[in-house]
Ligand binder design. Structure first.
Ligand SMILES: [Zn+2]
Length: 387
């Protein structure tokens, strides 16, 4: 995090009510042995969990500047353990290690805090291991679980947790945060906040990275250019290629690091030999990496789809009232042309086509390239229209 942080709560954007609650908890009111933090992606669930952990370890309930606060925020505090995963599921072994830590008395004189960032990804076995520990907590142990929604966590677990719900931060909150903490110029901050639709990580990437902005510009530029089958096919191929490229850039480094760790744990590098157990371990790792790579492509495609939805939503809004602020304010000209050749009803149908494509990919494993093609065909402008 940034050096401009003045208290541990400063990293939470647009979460005034949650901050009030957590301040009270840190001050000893409404303490619980288990918390469940829920909120949409990008709302800052894990930041909130870490902030509470810091406040619980801090003599001044989260000053942000003392040794305790700094080590918690930096991820090196002895009494704060975090399970954070790049994988699709969190297995029982990882949870068992955490449960062992939970049974220990804190090394300092405060709390033993255990954070599970993606509690929705716990396997059933992992859930059971966790449940025992939450049911019979040690006196100084605090569990903080994070998930997108309450429904993502087993009822038996959530019934033992105090629920903390994060909201989607407003555009003004996100823009203010970018300006204050990252020093982003006002106009850019406002663009990034609008375009991210309340997703802080995405807003930061848009504010920081020119390539991210230009990829988004490319995607939201398509609706007004879909004048026939040709452009539709080109748009589908372009978005798919872009998603694959972006996903590879993220996963390659991670893949290499995991391979190096595996090699090191089998002594493959130093001793130059390969124990019998190495081959199955390597093939299991590679299988996991392929699954993750596929998932990443889908994540990027999904984000592109949400960007497209924002364009059609803007067109519907603009058709009704020209004075409303749009998500894609900088496209107002394009959007006015789109409004001239489409009806709000047809744009609603286009939004539906986007959600259908999303469902095909995420629920029914239809290859992304295929789902994108059929979607782009449905997004075409009326025959012969010249926006
Ligand atoms: Zn402190």
């Amino acid at each position: 995090m940034n050096t401009a942080v003045a208290s541990v709560w400063d990293t939470l954007v647009g979460q005034g009510a949650v901050i009030d609650t957590l301040r009270q908890v840190a001050a000893g009111q409404g303490m619980s042995h288990a918390f469940l933090f829920v909120g949409p992606p990008g709302s800052g669930r894990s930041n909130a969990a870490v902030a509470l952990a810091a406040a619980l370890q801090c003599e001044r309930q989260g000053c942000g500047t003392c040794h305790s606060c700094k080590t918690v925020l930096g991820g090196s505090h002895a009494d704060v353990s975090v399970v954070r995963t790049q994988k699709l599921s969190i297995g029982v072994d990882e949870v068992r290690e955490l449960v062992r830590n939970a049974a220990l008395a804190p090394a300092g004189n405060r709390w033993q805090v255990l954070i599970v960032e993606d509690a929705d990804r716990l396997t059933d076995q992992a859930c059971n291991a966790l449940l025992k520990s939450i049911e019979e907590p040690s006196a100084r142990t605090v569990w903080i679980l994070c998930a997108p929604t309450v429904e993502d966590v087993l009822q038996t677990i959530r019934s033992r947790c105090r629920l903390v719900s994060l909201a989607t931060p407003s555009t003004a909150d996100v823009a203010g945060f970018l300006a204050r903490v990252d020093g982003v110029p006002e106009q850019l901050a406002s663009y990034a906040a609008r375009a991210s639709q309340g997703h802080i990580g995405r807003a930061r990437a848009l504010a920081r990275d020119e390539a991210t902005r230009s990829r988004r510009t490319q995607v939201v530029g398509w609706p007004v250019r879909l004048t026939g089958l040709g452009p539709s096919m080109t748009a589908a191929a372009e978005i798919h290629a872009m998603a694959t490229e972006e996903a590879e850039a993220i996963t390659q480094e991670l893949d290499a690091r995991e391979k190096a760790d595996l090699d090191a744990s089998f002594g493959v590098v130093e001793r130059g030999r390969r124990p019998r157990e190495y081959a199955p371990a390597l093939s299991a790792l590679e299988k996991g990496q392929r699954t993750r790579a596929k998932r990443r492509v889908l994540d990027v495609v999904d984000r592109c789809l949400m960007d497209l939805v924002s364009v059609y939503r803007d067109a519907i809004v603009l058709a009704a009232d020209a004075r409303v602020e749009l998500v894609n304010e900088e496209l107002r000209g394009d959007l006015a042309r789109l409004v001239r050749v489409t009806s709000p009803e047809s744009n609603l149908a286009r939004i539906e086509a986007i959600f259908t494509a999303r469902e095909q990919m995420l629920e029914f494993n239809v290859p992304a390239a295929l789902a994108l093609e059929s979607m782009m065909v449905s997004l075409r402008l009326p025959e012969g229209s010249r926006p």
